[in-house]
Design a protein. Structure first.
Ligand code: SF4
Length: 154
């Protein structure tokens, strides 16, 4: 944090480790990294440095608006692979799962594409398991790619 302050950046994004079944992390990692992100946010905001991961949630909370998605892949992005395949999530670029067409498909329309629509609903607001959670308005649901890899859901 001190280093970030000293190099005088204005924006920064702190990416946490995304564990997989093959590369697990310590069971206490999630709590530790959450505490660290909060402490980092407190420090950086005092220096007027915008930390994206925390700031976008704090901002929506302060503004009193709902935060439906954590990930752009949930209806806000189209990913193009180096071979021209078109999908919704960069995390699946290797397997091409959820890559529904390619750049030469002139008939593709994300507004009617079933894969795109499926991913557009990957929000706590559309999941009955989340309906009673007090965090539903600010959670965003995390990373669907990570959820599918680790829990076999999606
Ligand atoms: S914290 Fe868990 S249960 Fe609550 S809204 Fe987020 S994903 Fe759903």
């Amino acid at each position: 944090m001190e280093w970030l302050k000293n190099i005088e950046v204005y924006d920064v994004g702190l990416n946490i480790i995304r564990p997989t079944l093959r590369f697990p992390v310590d069971p206490g990692y999630a709590d530790q990294v959450a505490d660290s992100l909060i402490e980092g946010y407190k420090f950086l905001s005092k220096q007027e440095i915008y930390e994206d991961r925390m700031e976008r949630k704090v901002k929506t909370f302060i503004e009193g608006i709902v935060y439906p998605y954590d990930r752009a892949g949930c209806g806000n992005q189209i990913v193009v692979s180096s071979s021209g395949k078109v999908g919704v999530c960069a995390g699946f670029t290797g397997t091409k799962k959820y890559f529904m067409t390619d750049v030469f498909d002139r008939s593709f329309d994300h507004r009617t594409d079933q894969t795109f629509l499926l991913w557009s609903k990957k929000s706590p607001l559309a999941m009955k398991e989340c309906f009673d959670c007090p965090a539903i308005g600010i959670c965003g649901g995390g990373c669907p790619h990570n959820a599918e890899l680790n829990k076999k859901i999606g």
